[in-house]
Design a protein around this ligand. Structure first.
Ligand SMILES: Nc1ncnc2c1ncn2[C@@H]1O[C@H](COP(=O)(O)OP(=O)(O)OP(=O)(O)O)[C@@H](O)[C@H]1O
Length: 251
């Protein structure tokens, strides 16, 4: 089932100046429900711009973007905020938890904003906390928990509203390699349960967990790779080789 449809997306910054920046020149792709997609590319290639447009945080200058058939290009700011709360989950490099709230209250936050009853929040958090291994630290504060634990809390916060699409921006960028692997294993489990994921990353190791990797270069899709039956190691090597070719300007 088609979940996300992007067609000829363009994004130009400073369009009316003498130096417009064509961050996205022509991006088209489709995402089916249940997919796990990594987006890679060099610094400045347009990855964050693309993620921000999918997240309804920025508007495309041209092109069509539909999620579940709904046109996202003409939402007002209020409609976009509601849309994000109801349909999207976010995971960031630096976790972005609120230090003044306990981990539990951080996880509840999207539901508080959506005015979900407390009993329903408590019911939803139980299986999530168990699956993410955060039962013991759930009533601590973020500053009392490790980076890996904070990212687990952030994953719970992203998943508790049962989003159609989970957007992750460099989710392992601030973690050591062991903790990164634990988080990536959790992403595999979450995707195995049917959650659609789009992840921007600079890490070939992280991207190798995704089933498909899109490579962006100069605002266009340069290449895509499917994991198929490859092992993590084989797929990681293919991703690294593609990144090397892309960096060296190869066609
Ligand atoms: N608000 C803005 N105003 C002007 N130019 C911008 C703005 N945001 C991004 N750009 C430019 O658009 C291009 C794409 O930037 P973007 O942040 O999407 O790249 P990226 O692939 O995410 O890079 P990185 O990996 O370094 O985060 C770059 O040339 C960047 O300088």
């Amino acid at each position: 089932m088609n979940l996300l449809h992007l067609s000829h997306i363009k994004r130009t910054y400073n369009a009316n100046s003498t130096h417009p920046v064509h961050a996205l020149k022509d991006i088209s792709f489709d995402v089916n429900a249940g997919e796990y997609i990594a987006i890679m590319g060099e610094s400045g290639a347009g990855k964050s711009t693309l993620l921000n447009i999918i997240a309804t945080l920025e508007k495309a200058s041209a092109g069509e973007i539909l999620l579940n058939g709904q046109d996202l290009s003409d939402l007002t700011a209020d409609e976009a905020a509601k849309y994000r709360r109801e349909h999207l989950g976010f995971i960031f490099q630096h976790f972005n938890l609120l230090d003044s709230l306990s981990n539990r209250d951080n996880i509840y936050l999207p539901l508080v904003l959506a005015q979900v009853p407390v009993a329903e929040m408590a019911k939803r958090v139980k299986p999530l906390a168990k699956a993410l291994g955060i039962n013991k630290i759930i009533d601590r504060f973020p500053t009392e928990t490790s980076g890996g634990q904070q990212q687990r809390v952030a994953i719970a916060r992203a998943l508790i509203a049962q989003p159609d699409l989970l957007l992750a921006d460099e989710p392992t960028g601030a973690l050591d390699s062991n903790t990164s692997n634990e988080i990536l294993d959790l992403f595999d489990t979450v995707n195995g349960n049917g959650q659609t994921i789009i992840m921007v990353t600079h890490s070939a190791a992280a991207a190798s967990h995704a089933k498909r990797t899109l490579f962006i270069k100069d605002g266009r899709i340069y290449h895509e790779l499917f994991r198929g039956d490859d092992s993590l190691k084989e797929y990681q090597e293919q991703i690294s080789n593609t990144m090397m070719t892309l960096t060296n300007g190869g066609e």
